[in-house]
Design a protein around this ligand. Structure first.
Ligand code: NAD
Length: 421
């Protein structure tokens, strides 16, 4: 079965091409392959919102569940003008492999609204979030499908989603979303979790390659939730962060950026990064070509392509973002000997701590921060070393090893459960 027109976007084609290659190498059951290439459920909603000027604007929203063989589906909500059904479906597929790879009892999902959130007032954003939640309510729930933050969304948006769902249920249902504020059942350590996980696996890779953290330099594309916390924790760990960027460009200092000062001055995006007085302007394109030990794309997908991969000059590529590297770029980087920590491994700290948050909500018993950090470290570093072993045993690169491990677990679950009816 071929995907329909709306699914057929570059990001979806990338996810399917990765899947096909992994499925070939695994010798995956042909029938299962047809099913896993497509999402299990997709919901498209139109979201009418009363704007502050009294007019009504309608936004397109999506929720896609790629697979639920292992448990409830899990995945973030993206508010961005580039959101499409194909992009959301690709991100949902990656969530399935990611959860399976690190051993969480979840399937994969993703959602989003095609909107530029920074153009809305707080009231408009709240009404948009609440109406979207009401539209996707039949699909979500603590036992069914659990959203979380992604690009353009944050703890406040999760709080409005949790409240809308709870108002309809008639009682508080904190387990319906993760990445919530602490006041309503959020978890300590969730906000920084993706960045902390990125740094945990970077430290293992640095050790694996016989390097030293004190001599490491890092360039980071994206200074939002993932990029900013990755920069902060790397800096605290003694690495030199030489460049960071956001959608408007970035800032560079070959001697290492003063990240705490940059964070303080950049708070609430009050001014552009390069006007924060910690380095000189650098474009996003040039940042990707900087000579550094570790390059960390932590913004959007398809940033490293066949056009610029030849000019990438890092030793390690740690993918904070989902799908930042195209298939062609992957081959170029592998030929150059770049050590890739693939997205579904590198950025899995977010969903791992989301899982902890959900467990705490369901059990109504909350953990201390060292427990969260310790268990995150244990799970993500174990997944890193399992992927290294798989990659050696099957003589494949790290990306293929991670994908094959995740896909194989899902395949085993499907084969054990059988085909209904
Ligand atoms: P965010 O909205 O907090 O930050 C995104 C950052 O990317 C911002 O700094 C933005 O200015 C920048 N950006 C946007 N367009 C850009 C462009 N064209 N060039 C350069 N920078 C650009 O989002 P986030 O939560 O940090 O997510 C970033 C990436 O990490 C996404 O791919 C997301 O799917 C992935 N991810 C996020 C989480 C999480 O827990 N938030 C977990 C796993 C993976």
């Amino acid at each position: 079965m071929e995907p329909n027109q709306e699914l057929n976007t570059p990001t979806f084609r990338l996810a399917v091409a990765q899947f096909e290659e992994a499925a070939d190498r695994l010798g995956l059951d042909r029938n299962l392959r047809e099913r896993l290439k497509l999402p299990q459920r997709t919901l498209i909603v139109s979201v009418p919102v009363r704007m502050d000027d009294g007019t009504v604007k309608v936004f397109m929203g999506y929720r896609v569940q790629h697979d639920t063989a292992l448990g409830p589906s899990k995945g973030g909500i993206r508010f961005h003008p580039g959101v499409s059904l194909g992009e959301v479906a690709a991100l949902a597929m990656w969530m399935t492999w990611k959860c399976a790879l690190v051993g969480l009892p979840y399937g994969g999902a993703k959602g989003g609204i095609r909107v530029a959130p920074e153009t809305l007032s707080r009231g408009e954003l709240q009404r948009l979030t609440r109406r979207y939640t009401a539209e996707i309510a039949p699909l979500i729930g603590p036992e069914k499908d659990i959203p979380a933050p992604d690009v353009g969304t944050n703890a406040q948006i999760m709080a409005w989603m949790m409240d809308t769902y709870s108002q309809q249920a008639g009682y508080a249902v904190p387990g319906v979303v993760t990445g919530k504020p602490l006041a309503i059942g959020g978890s300590l350590g969730r906000e920084e979790a993706t960045g902390r996980g990125v740094v945990d696996v970077i430290m293992e890779a640095v050790r694996h390659l016989g390097l030293e953290m004190s001599t490491v330099t890092a360039a980071i594309q994206g200074f939002g939730n993932v990029g900013m916390h990755t920069a902060r924790i790397l800096h605290e760990g003694g690495a030199k962060v030489i460049a960071v960027s956001d959608a408007k460009g970035g800032v560079f200092n070959g001697g290492g950026l003063d990240i705490p000062t940059l964070r303080a001055r950049y708070q609430h995006h009050a001014r552009p990064l390069h006007e924060c007085g910690v380095g000189e302007f650098i474009s996003n394109e040039d940042l990707l070509k900087l000579e550094c030990t570790i390059l960390i794309p932590a913004a959007l997908s398809e940033q490293i392509t066949e056009k610029n991969a030849g000019k990438v000059r890092c030793r390690i590529l740690a993918e904070g973002a989902n799908g930042p590297t195209t298939l062609e770029a992957d081959r170029i980087l592998e030929e150059k000997g770049v050590f890739i920590i693939p997205d579904i491994l590198a950025n899995s700290g977010g969903v791992i701590v989301s899982y902890f948050e959900w467990v705490q909500d369901v059990q109504k018993y909350f953990w201390k921060e060292p427990d969260i950090r310790g268990r995150l470290h244990e799970i993500i570093t174990a997944a890193f070393w399992r992927t290294i072993e798989f990659s050696k045993a099957r003589k494949v690169g790290m990306r293929m090893a991670a994908l094959m491990s995740g896909i194989d677990k899902i395949a085993q679950a499907h084969l054990a459960r059988g085909l209904y009816p």
